[in-house]
Design a protein around this ligand. Structure first.
Ligand code: FE
Length: 132
């Protein structure tokens, strides 16, 4: 079954409850609670829902916000969408492959892009790349 065909019941079965709350219900983890906030290892962050490669450790930076932050996404593997919920105008970031909610995109990031992808650790799985 492809990720796009999965029902919410299917997602509930294959995700942990806390992952489901973020990816499928657009929740946000509390700042500084995610396991990847201070992860400085080299590797690839993939979608916790479908495994699609989303962010490289090369684009990770210390934003001070309490969420893993990146200045660019991998290729065209994420989608962005206008989000006017909670009385704010924000840009939502979603996994292109499975439609899972990842976090939000802001324009106050570092060079070279000036972008700040503010992403929930629970929406990600880290694949460490060992240097040979
Ligand atoms: Fe995904």
């Amino acid at each position: 079954m492809s990720e796009k065909q999965k029902t919410e019941k299917d997602w509930k079965t294959c995700l942990l409850p806390e992952e489901y709350r973020i990816l499928r219900e657009k929740g946000t983890e509390l700042p500084f609670t995610g396991k990847y906030v201070h992860n400085n290892k080299k590797g690839m962050y993939v979608c916790a829902g479908c495994g699609s490669e989303l962010f490289s450790s090369n684009a990770k930076f210390e934003s001070g916000t309490g969420w893993p932050s990146f200045w660019e996404a991998v290729g065209k593997n994420v989608l962005t969408k206008e989000d006017n919920s909670h009385g704010m105008q924000r840009t939502e970031v979603l996994c292109k492959k499975c439609g899972g909610h990842l976090g939000h995109l802001f324009d106050d990031g570092p060079s070279p892009t000036g972008q700040r992808f503010c992403i929930n650790s629970l929406a990600l799985k880290f694949k460490e790349k060992k240097d040979e």
